[in-house]
Design a protein around this ligand. Structure first.
Ligand code: FES
Length: 176
């Protein structure tokens, strides 16, 4: 999306490190909000890569785990405000699912790397503020430890096992 490039400004970490944030934005509200931020030239750090999904409820725990496993420093899910979801209760379902995933991630100390926000199509400024705020939080947390510690020490089977344990935990909590 060209407007993102216009709006984004490189984030400067103290040691040159810049967080790598993956943002799942729902098509109907948050993606349009990101677009508006670009059109309106509300600046935000170039730490975010936006992935458009039709609804926040489309984001499965496995997507989040894969992003973190592959080295994302933070994952943001942004959707329509409660009551505005184009699929009626999609965002309510997403909230339950993301909260359960966060609980499962807490066991690994990754819960603060996951964030859920509601951003409407008219909230370009809010979108840029959310990205700025989340970027600061992630900077305080530091790099994803998978990237700097665990990944080189784990073989592929161990990584799969780790991801599937968190996935199972999220599913168990989701059915409670
Ligand atoms: S369509 Fe935006 S959260 Fe469902």
């Amino acid at each position: 999306m060209s407007t993102e490039a216009t709006a984004a400004k490189p984030a400067q970490g103290g040691n040159g490190w810049e967080p790598n944030i993956l943002a799942f934005c729902c098509n109907w509200c948050s993606y349009a909000g990101a677009d508006l931020a670009g059109v309106s030239r509300f600046q935000y750090p170039a730490t975010v890569k936006i992935l458009r999904v039709m609804c926040s409820s489309r984001v499965e725990p496995a997507f989040i785990l894969k992003a973190l496993k592959d080295g994302a420093d933070g994952v943001l899910i942004a959707g329509c405000h409660i009551g505005d979801c184009h699929y009626i209760d999609g965002n309510k379902n997403a909230e339950v699912r993301i909260n359960n995933t966060r609980k499962a991630l807490a066991k690994l100390g990754f819960d603060k790397r996951l964030r859920l926000e509601w951003v409407s199509a008219s909230e370009g400024l809010r979108f840029s503020e959310v990205i700025k705020e989340f970027t600061e939080e992630i900077k305080n947390l530091g790099q994803n430890p998978v990237k700097i510690d665990i990944k080189p020490q784990m073989n592929a089977d161990e990584r799969r096992l780790n991801a599937s344990s968190v996935r199972s935990a999220a599913n168990v909590q989701g059915s409670e």
